[in-house]
Structure formats: structure tokens, C-alpha cells
Design a binder for this molecule. Sequence first.
Ligand code: NAD
Length: 296
Amino acid sequence: MRIGFIGLGNMGGPMAANLLKAGHTVTGFDVIRTALDNFSGARAASVAGAVKDAELIVTMLPAGKHVDEVYRGAGGVLASAAKGALLIDSSTIDVATARAVAAEAQKRGFDMLDAPVSGGVAGAAAATLTFMVGGGDAAFARALPVLQAMGKTAVHAGASGAGQAAKICNNLILGISMIAVSEAFNLADKLGLAQQKLFDISSKSSGQCWSMTSYCPVPGPVPTSPANRDYQPGFTAAMMLKDLTLAMEAAASAGAATPLGRRAADLYQRLSETGLAARDFSVMYRFIADAPESFA
Ligand code: NAD
């Protein structure tokens, strides 16, 4: 398939490389020169250049404003894509922008899917991402083989915007559960309970969750977790704050109560202000353990 790929950053770069590996013809574009230079497929000089001959277009951009600009801006995807091209935005963005851009795409005769991912940079490199997809049935069926070249799971979550809704709901759970696990390990330590013992017990008890068993925020119990390498990411605290902020905006506009989500967003904000934004989000453990007075 001829694919246009826009946004060749930490995630988009390896995702586009996997499309090449699967035998597709991929033309990429990024506003950052080094991102473009690192891409081994065809390189375009503009959004229009990357999409004009493409049968399918993937975007992997930082936030809603970039997606809006790349699709609806002058010389953007909607103005430049060939008739019948399928549009897939895999960025994590707000539900409202995802729905608005998809609605405009539809008006201009394009099918569009929101397809944010879980799995991080490692999952992008290994083609093991999970895609959460919003949009029509036919568009999902058409996209599936391409999504499978970049990931191992793709779930059709519902209509336009449902993929973004799934992503922020999942990360709301994750952001809160990481704080809960961090508090528990810190309390165990203060009570003289070995952290390894808490892990041995809770990982087999009702406190068990992904933040504990796959991504434990203290060094030791899970050797692959970022806590064992000084909280190098992984998934940065800045990214978690971004996703929780999106969740809080969505909750406000939908009238959903998220009392713990609000508190969690506030804690990741404070953590980020202490210079830890670029560390893995599980650095929450250290933030809580190191400054008990700030939580008095
Ligand atoms: P990144 O900043 O590394 O990459 C984004 C790329 O988009 C950059 O190279 C940037 O130059 C490019 N870009 C911005 N505006 C552009 C434009 N107008 N035209 C062309 N290119 C443009 O970010 P990332 O880590 O690759 O994340 C991308 C998206 O994936 C984000 O929405 C993020 O929330 C989401 N995500 C990231 C991770 C992760 O672990 N990094 C995990 C899941 C989801």
C-alpha cells in the first residue's frame, strides 16, 4: 500500500519503520529535520508532499492543535489527500478535536479513524502496540492490516472519538493506581515491612495491579521496571500529566465526577514542577517518599 506518514518522532519514527518492514511504500514528513533524516523511507518536504499519492495516511503528532493544523490547515491533509484515502490519527488528543476533525474529513469525503496507542516507545519499536480505535466499521476493517503491521492488538472501541475516550480512561486508571502503589510501598517501608515482602504478598492478593506487577515503582521486585534505572522513561511524568489533563477536560465537558483523577493530576503537576517531568511517571514513589512534609 502507498502510505503517507506525518510525525516521525519517538513513536512515529519506529511505527513508520515497521510499515516499511511490512512491505508498504511509505512517504514521511516531519517539521524537525533530524526526525525526517532518521527515516529510511521516502522523505517529503511538506504535509501535502507526503499525502498526495497515498491510499492511507497515518499521523502521530504531539497534541490536538497539531492534529487540527495538519489536517485542516492550508496545504493540510484534507486539502491535499487523494480521493478515497483512509485517514488514521494515532496521536493522543482531546476527544472534541478528534470528533471535529473526523466530522470535517467525512464532509470532504474521507473516512477517518482516531487510533491512539498504548505500549510506548518500546512497543512502537517492537510492533507490539495496542490500538484503540474510533470510527466506522468499514474504515476499521480497511485499517486493520496496517495497524497489525505496527501493533499486536487493535480494538474497535466505537464511533468517532471512542479511541481517544478509551485511551484517557485507561490512563486515568494507570495514573491513579501508580500513586496508590507508591503510597503503599512508602508506608510499608516506614512500618518496617520489607518492600519485597509487600510485593510478594500484594502481587498475589487484592492489591495486585499492573502498576505493581509490571511497573513496580520501587527498585528490586520487578527488574525491568524504570525504578531500577533511576526512573529513565518509559512513559514520562509529563506524558501522564498530559493524559490526565485530557481526562479532566473530558470529564468536565461530559459532567463525569473524577475526584481522584483531579487529585492525581494535581500530584503529577507538582512532581513535574520539581524537575521530574522527564523521568518515568513511576518516579511518583520517590516524590512521595522524599518529601513527606509537603503532604502534611
Ligand atoms: P514526539 O514529540 O517525539 O513526536 C511528534 C512529532 O510530530 C515530532 O517529531 C514533531 O516534530 C512532529 N510534528 C509536530 N507538528 C508537526 C507538523 N505540523 N507537521 C509534521 N510533523 C509535526 O512525540 P511522541 O512521543 O512520538 O508522541 C506522539 C503522540 O503519541 C503523542 O500524542 C503522545 O501523547 C502519544 N503517545 C506517546 C507515547 C510515548 O511513550 N512516547 C505513548 C503513547 C502515546
